[in-house]
Write a protein that binds this ligand. Structure first.
Ligand code: CA
Length: 126
């Protein structure tokens, strides 16, 4: 997705505001033509199911992760979020390209997330 300086884009979990499905993995790559700006990522809604282990069912935790560049990997990951994030929380990333990943395991769903992403010019001299 291309993010311009003038408008916010919205990214949501699949099916939002209905519960997201089990067993999904989504990736978003965000790119800006402006090399000298930052991404402002604001959480409008965020509830992801926490996973408990039942008997021999080994589930991994649902999560939403954000990282630098276009290659989803633990090495470039900046933050990994589960369960709840306070509404209005904002993350700033001074990058040209960032990735986002959503993963849900086979157990439990929830409403998921809605975020807005804006592009902001860096302050001169920084
Ligand atoms: Ca789950």
């Amino acid at each position: 997705m291309n993010v311009s300086n003038s408008e916010a884009i919205h990214i949501a979990s699949p099916g939002y505001p209905d519960f997201y499905p089990s067993d999904v993995r989504c990736e978003w790559i965000l790119h800006s033509d402006d090399q000298s700006g930052s991404y402002l990522i604001t959480f409008i809604d965020f509830i992801i199911s926490e996973t408990e282990t039942y008997s021999d069912l080994q589930a991994s935790e649902d999560y939403f992760a954000i990282g630098k560049g276009r290659h989803v990997s633990i090495d470039t990951q900046v933050i990994r979020l589960s369960k709840f994030v306070a509404i209005g929380s904002t993350i700033v990333l001074e990058e040209n390209e960032i990735w986002m990943e959503f993963f849900s395991d086979f157990l439990f769903h929830n409403r998921g997330f809605l975020i807005s992403v804006r592009r902001r010019k860096n302050i001169a001299g920084k």
